[in-house]
Write a protein of this length. Structure first.
Length: 385
């Protein structure tokens, strides 16, 4: 089977969907020698997707795809021409939207339903565009991959599609593992202004991630209990991030000492050290289609505090402490307990490492390949709901 995977929609910094794409391609390279893959990527990602193997062909596209209008031209006209020329049997779109007339079977990955659940968190044009094209993709795609049972339920609720959804969990990159190198960790910490033990958060700076409540909970923690830990917030700026910096100023957290560190985007090789150096990891997100950062923390043997809603309980299981993300006091109390209860931290570390094994590269490859085979076996049933 000849399979095309379109990665040209990925942002420059490969986080979120980018992490999913990297893990998927790595998995298919390693575990699938039967099918032939043609991977379309932007030229700027040549350092990430660079190795052509027997079963993998990388086809680079010009950086001109950054232009939104040309991006649509690529997806709707140029990509179908490639599909015809390369005699592709199946196209896998890893980020919602698909060609209206692909000329082959189509699988689309849906990561979450934030455009329907939290439309106010997206700019107007993006909100209109994605809500329309996600609906069209759900009708046109032969099958849909949902990255969690929670996302599957949301797809059914908002799009009315039920009988062509397969759940394939995301994978944690094998680079994330317990790793002790105190001298290198110290260098990385100094680079980002970390001078003390610290609590770690990783994720885009946007309202859905609930960072304002995390900072409020951290404020309660350190001033009520005389805690000296810093709060390190790793992630690039997203939409409406200003409130996050505003609350730090209002609470005076960085007035005398740098209590809250904003690192911006951190490369994977440095992030590994930050995970392993952290005292524990906190992720109070209000909604996740899956949630890669807490899984990466588990894989590094770092105790995790996470939200008890959306897909996060599926990822964490009993390997972390689950909290109500809307309750600042509960978040603060969970952080205090994690700091003071050494026995519980050790238990979470052991459970976390075991839990992370359930989300391996082999499993994402196996699950995705099953969807490909099922799609090819079902016949030409477009607009099926």
């Amino acid at each position: 089977m000849r399979i095309a995977i379109d990665l040209t929609s990925l942002p420059t910094q490969l986080v979120g969907v980018g992490s999913y794409a990297k893990n998927l391609i790595t998995s298919l390279k390693k575990f699938d020698t039967e099918n032939q893959y043609f991977i379309f990527v932007k030229r700027e990602h040549s350092n990430v997707f660079s190795i052509n193997q027997n079963n993998i062909n990388i086809i680079y596209q010009k950086n001109i795809l950054r232009n939104k209008i040309l991006r649509v031209l690529w997806e709707q006209i140029i990509l179908p021409l490639y599909i015809k020329r390369l005699k592709i049997d199946l196209l896998h779109s890893i980020h919602y939207t698909i060609p209206l007339f692909a000329g082959c079977k189509v699988v689309a990955t849906f990561h979450d339903m934030t455009f329907f659940l939290y439309p106010q968190k997206h700019i107007f044009i993006k909100r209109i565009f994605f809500k329309l094209f996600i609906r069209i993709s759900s009708w046109k795609a032969n099958r849909i991959i949902a990255v969690s049972e929670s996302t599957k339920k949301d797809i059914i609720k908002f799009l009315g599609v039920s009988n062509k959804i397969d759940v394939v969990y995301e994978a944690v990159d094998s680079k994330y593992h317990p790793f002790k190198n105190e001298s290198m960790a110290s260098i990385i910490m100094r680079k980002y202004g970390i001078f003390n033990k610290f609590i770690l958060y990783v994720g885009t700076l946007e309202p859905r991630k609930n960072i304002v409540r995390l900072i409020q909970a951290y404020y309660n923690l350190i001033f009520k209990n005389n805690i000296t830990h810093q709060l390190v917030i790793v992630g690039k700026k997203g939409w409406y991030y200003q409130e996050i910096f505003k609350i730090v100023d209002e609470l005076g957290l960085n007035k005398e000492k740098q209590r809250v560190i904003f690192t911006g985007y951190v490369p994977d090789d440095e992030l590994l050290f930050l995970y392993n150096a952290a005292d524990f990891f906190v992720y109070p997100s209000l909604y996740e289609g899956f949630g890669i950062p807490p899984l990466e923390a588990l894989a590094c043997g770092v105790p995790v505090i996470s939200s008890n809603i959306s897909s996060l309980p599926e990822v964490i299981g009993d390997a972390g402490m689950l909290i109500d993300p809307y309750n600042v006091q509960e978040i603060s109390q969970a952080m205090f307990e994690m700091l003071k209860n050494h026995k519980k931290k050790v238990q979470f570390k052991i459970k976390g490492l075991k839990r992370a094994e359930k989300f391996s590269n082999e499993k994402i490859a196996e699950g995705t390949i099953k969807v490909y085979k099922k799609t090819m076996q079902e016949g030409n049933k477009l607009y099926e709901t």
